[in-house]
Design a protein around this ligand. Structure first.
Ligand code: NAP
Ligand code: ZN
Length: 348
């Protein structure tokens, strides 16, 4: 079995530390990938700190993976050695289903997450991208467009698709007023992708400290949610609100910003439940919805869209030894706008 090196969490409260582990043996359908870069998603932090109460340690996090193919199995037709590829949040989907549902696979009960899950063999723990190599079935590997740099493309594999999918599903485009709540890793991708789709994007952030960036990335307007007048000014304004906030906020206040028939989509996952009043949705036939990443098919579509529009993430590259410090900075919203680990630093 191939030996991988990486960083792992061994419990909910200790820092991540160096960890060596076995990957599964590659078979005829697999692609072996030399990982070059891994983005740090807020979900990595929720998971390793067991905020979602599903952690099985040790956990090597990382589901925004960009790298280079080093070997392919004999049945592999889409990839060859040397290709620039990505791996996102899952490495198998319809395990146990009669057929793969290519449009909704991220919602299938047989989903195998890239880490903190069990491989289709039913026994090997999956481990993520804060490591030097990974073995993934061909059908779950994505092609990264040639014109996009590998490091800044890594966050497209989760943050990018998580915003692209609801923007596409709820028809963001010319004439649609869309609010993005939270200008973090997910949020800034929503600004870039949504404006490239032609939608009229407004950012709702806690303060105006990132306003200049938000406007530069494509937002038409930018408001501070700490200013109560924002909620009066923008009442009944938006067709679509995408909420990327990872903390407990008053969803009722945000629902009031929707037009008649508008939809607010939850993307961020706060640790605790938040009450919603029926009158927040009833008087304007509003919808409160959720969305999770995207299928492999849609993720490739998103990557091709980003290639066409030259969209990548705004990143701060770090060495892997800085990962614990980076987590603290994500928690303080002190990142412009995604940390990406340079996996070459593992060898240092
Ligand atoms: P992030 O970079 O930390 O961004 C979250 C943003 O939320 C922050 O930048 C901040 O924006 C805002 N925020 C943070 N605390 C807040 C508070 N107390 N009140 C109001 N706003 C606050 O995290 P991320 O990686 O983008 O992930 C965001 C959430 O999405 C996480 O919960 C993550 O687990 C989840 N997620 C979901 C999916 C999915 O498929 N649905 C996929 C990936 C991640 P401002 O500074 O602009 O206010
Ligand atoms: Zn993620």
């Amino acid at each position: 079995m191939p030996i991988a090196r990486g960083y792992a969490a061994t419990d909910a409260s200790s820092p991540l530390k160096p960890f060596t582990f076995e990957r599964r043996e590659p078979n005829d359908d697999d692609v072996v990938i030399d990982i070059k870069f891994a983005g740090i998603c807020h979900s990595d932090i929720h998971t390793v700190r067991n905020e979602w109460k599903n952690a099985v340690y040790p956990i090597v996090p990382g589901h925004e993976i960009a790298g280079i193919v080093t070997a392919v199995g004999s049945n592999v037709t889409k990839f060859k050695v040397g290709d620039r590829v990505g791996v996102g949040c899952f490495v198998d989907s319809c395990v146990g289903c009669a057929a793969r549902d290519v449009d909704n696979e991220q919602y299938m009960p047989g989903l195998v997450q890239t880490y903190n899950s069990v491989e289709a063999d039913g026994k090997t723990a999956t481990q993520g991208g804060y490591s030097d190599m990974i073995v993934v079935k061909e059908g779950y590997v994505l092609s990264i467009p040639d014109n996009l740099p590998l490091d800044a493309s890594a966050p497209l594999l989760c943050a990018g698709i998580t915003l692209y999918s609801p923007l596409a599903h709820w028809n963001a485009g010319p004439g649609k007023k869309v609010a993005i709540v939270g200008m973090g890793g997910l949020g800034h991708m929503g600004v870039k992708i949504g404006s490239a789709m032609g939608a009229d994007i407004t950012v709702l952030s806690q303060s105006l400290s990132k306003k200049e960036d938000g406007l530069k990335l494509g937002a038409k307007e930018y408001y501070a949610t700490s200013d109560a007048s924002t909620f009066e000014k923008l009442a009944g304004t938006f067709d679509l609100i995408l909420c990327t906030v990872s903390a407990e906020i008053d969803w009722n206040a945000y629902l009031g910003l929707l037009k008649v028939n508008g939809t607010m989509v939850l993307l961020g996952v706060p640790e605790n439940a938040i009450p919603v009043h029926a009158f927040s949705v009833i008087p304007a036939r509003r919808s409160l919805a959720g969305s999770m990443i995207g299928s492999i098919k849609e993720t490739q579509e998103m990557l091709d869209f980003c290639g066409k529009h030259n969209i990548v993430s705004e990143i701060e590259t770090i060495n892997i030894s800085q990962v614990n410090e980076a987590y603290e900075r994500v928690l303080k919203s002190d990142v412009r706008y995604r940390f990406v680990i340079d996996i070459a630093s593992l060898a240092a």
